[in-house]
Design a protein around this ligand. Sequence first.
Ligand SMILES: NC(=O)c1ccc[n+]([C@@H]2O[C@H](COP(=O)([O-])OP(=O)(O)OC[C@H]3O[C@@H](n4cnc5c(N)ncnc54)[C@H](O)[C@@H]3O)[C@@H](O)[C@H]2O)c1
Length: 311
Amino acid sequence: MAKKKIALIGGGQIGGNLALLAVQKGLGDVILFDIPAAEGLVKGKALDINQLAAVDGYDCRVTGSTNWADCAGADVVIITAGVPRKPGMSREDLLEINLKIIKDVAGNLKQHCPGAFVINVANPLDAMVFALQKITGFKKNMVVGMAGVLDTSRFKCFVAEALGCSIADIEALVLGGHGDDMVPVLRTATVGGVPLTSLLPKEKLDAIVDRTRKGGGELVALYKTGSAYFAPASSSIAMAEAFLNDRKRVMPAAALCEGEYGISGLFFGVPVTIGAGGVEKVHQIELNAEEKAMMDKSLASVSKTVSEVKL
Ligand SMILES: NC(=O)c1ccc[n+]([C@@H]2O[C@H](COP(=O)([O-])OP(=O)(O)OC[C@H]3O[C@@H](n4cnc5c(N)ncnc54)[C@H](O)[C@@H]3O)[C@@H](O)[C@H]2O)c1
């Protein structure tokens, strides 16, 4: 069987890490695509990663490219083309500049990669994936936004630190939009099957929720020149891998809701199954009044940003 093809649109901080992880996990051959001004960057990263491949014997290859034709026939596309935040900025501050970029990317994807499973990473996440799907007209199961896997991973990281337990034993879910009012669902979180709410006092749990919500900003303040890239890359690769290997993994992602959770026509962070059919199912869980109120607040933020998207 021929190797799968993964087109990474944007070869910056996240894009470079995506290429490395895709090769290390043997997911397929990679096209690391960027604009002509970044040709040296993507060709250099491709060469560097291909030279690393010999050390551990990886057989997948990376090609740096500024030619959309090289992305043709990709099985998976991951979009990180866009500007990251700088200290003091919100994700929504990126709307104008990144909308221009996503319009360019979406037009080219429609032409060159009509059959791909497309994972958007660029911010503001929920609005960008909305624009992407509207412009491409791709089926709703083949377009998704990466946020919940990362936000849940951050939540688990802080819980593991607080409890001194293995992060592998934590099960948790962060829903809602990829903004500071995202919704970590404490009620369903467990550690090795034990309810998290019985393991930590309320003030510690509240602090973890708060730090998770501001998790992206914490990294922006530390890096100063951009935003997080290692964990966002791993999170996106987990989604790509679920599709390529038909894993049927259940993970939170920004999916097009058509009635689920009372939401219509918006991409929003909900639990989904990802397998060979892309987003195969959106799962509806019962939320209590407090969780529902948090979802509504988050939805209002996403709706406001989407209302500013002019296509
Ligand atoms: N969803 C998430 O959880 C999450 C997490 C972190 C960052 N992000 C977002 O991901 C995006 C990328 O972050 P980064 O740190 O990799 O940024 P970066 O600046 O390092 O890389 C972005 C790359 O996109 C390229 N680019 C710009 N316009 C393009 C176009 N039209 N076509 C192709 N490539 C183009 C740039 O040349 C650059 O190399 C940002 O918008 C950031 O806010 C999202």
